[in-house]
Design a binder for this molecule. Structure first.
Ligand SMILES: *Cc1c(COP(=O)(O)O)cnc(C)c1O
Length: 373
């Protein structure tokens, strides 16, 4: 008997969410309105009272943070090559120059020693990424930023509900950007939010989000900066509010599934297969993904095809950004970031979503073991 296809990710939308969205659709107010305000207030509370604004993606959030920080032509911004391409694209979008530092082979996050070594007099900001929800060493990150006078835009797209020691990611630090895209731990279908430092930054974020407009009185309107069209709808905010009611349970479930993955692989798995498991952390990461780095003897495409034959979906996050054509045209090439190139070639994401159960984990692990045998 073949078992049903197990995707690598799947959103969970409950009936309460569907009913709440239906209510919004009937209300006559479907774009940004009271639900967006309620979602922002809820998020601000979640992030320790810091100002939060919502947007229609977790990409424009980072672009707007860079604009608020005044970063543009002539400035350099350093990030990791192992992220979704959005992380580096926003640097180009504001007219600045992207730079990369290689990753740490164990955490797969940016290597902070290499980051510090990559700082030049033109460097103005850094964009760390918390791959799969695992933060970098946040004390070290901010020590480097403070020492060199750099702004930080945390690409915490995958890290909602993650912690650094006993502090929630987003509740401290400089800008923190989150995504609510469909595959993330909490979704609004598409969307994102930016945690800001003060009321002035929040006011600027509102302008950049909606054509640069400020209003006053009944009919007063002015435009003094070039903004875009990045607002979240009340439909999306309603999904977010309903999802957020379950964030603790979602994170706990993912941690349980991750523990089960480690138990099912067993302690001899890495030595025997030469595959590399993720960091076994159950306090800080939200387990947005469970990623393996495959041994060199199998190509990722071959592995994915063989997992597909066993009805298991596999994702890959991510190919190294610096080897995309757009980045090669800017002078990046093979050999510049060897750890990122190796990991980017062999990394795979196993099924991980909150509606999975332990049996699904065991199916995925059995399939991995049989393919790598
Ligand atoms: C999802 C994601 C983004 C982009 O978020 P969108 O909401 O899809 O724009 C950026 N960076 C990382 C690391 C992501 O995982």
């Amino acid at each position: 008997m073949t078992q049903p296809f197990l995707p690598f990710s799947k959103p969970t939308i409950d009936e309460a969410t569907i009913a709440a969205v239906a209510d919004v659709l009937r209300s006559g107010w479907i774009t940004s309105g009271p639900k967006v305000q309620a979602f922002e207030a809820m998020l601000s509370g979640y992030f320790g009272g810091r100002p939060v604004r919502t947007f229609n993606s977790g990409t424009c959030t980072m672009e707007i943070a860079l604009r608020i920080a005044g970063i543009g032509p002539g400035d350099e911004v350093i990030t990791t090559p192992i992220s979704w391409v959005a992380t580096a694209n926003v640097i180009i979008e504001v007219g600045a120059t992207p730079a990369f530092a290689d990753i740490d082979p164990v955490t797969r996050n940016i290597d902070l020693d290499k980051l510090e070594a990559a700082i030049t007099p033109r460097t103005k900001a850094i964009i760390p990424v918390y791959l799969a929800g695992l933060p970098v060493d946040m004390e070290r990150l901010y020590a480097i930023a403070n020492k060199h006078g750099l702004r930080v835009v945390e690409d915490a797209a995958q890290a909602i509900g993650s912690y650094w020691k006993d502090r929630r990611i987003g509740a401290f630090g400089d800008f923190a950007s989150f995504s609510f895209q469909a595959n993330k731990n909490i979704t609004t279908s598409e969307g994102g939010c930016l945690v800001l430092n003060d009321a002035e930054e929040a006011r600027l974020a509102e302008k950049y989000r909606l054509q640069g407009v400020t209003r006053h009185g009944f009919d007063g309107i002015d435009v003094d900066v070039l903004g875009g069209k990045f607002n979240m709808t009340d439909i999306a905010a309603t999904i977010g509010l309903e999802q957020f009611a379950h964030i603790e349970a979602i994170t706990a479930k993912r941690r349980m599934l991750a523990r089960h993955y480690f138990a099912a692989f067993g302690s001899g798995f890495e030595a025997q297969s030469r595959a590399q498991l993720p960091v076994a952390d159950f306090e800080q990461t939200n387990w947005h993904m469970f990623q393996l780095v495959l041994p060199e003897r199998i190509t990722r495409a071959d592995f994915m095809a063989k997992m597909m034959e066993r009805n298991i979906g596999i994702g890959y996050h991510y190919p190294p950004i610096h080897l995309f054509t757009l980045y090669r045209e800017r002078g990046f090439k093979e050999g510049m970031f060897p750890v990122a190139e190796r990991v980017g070639r062999q990394i795979v994401s196993l099924p991980m979503f909150s509606a999975m159960n332990e049996n699904d984990v065991e199916r995925a692990v059995d399939a991995v073991k049989s393919v790598l045998q």
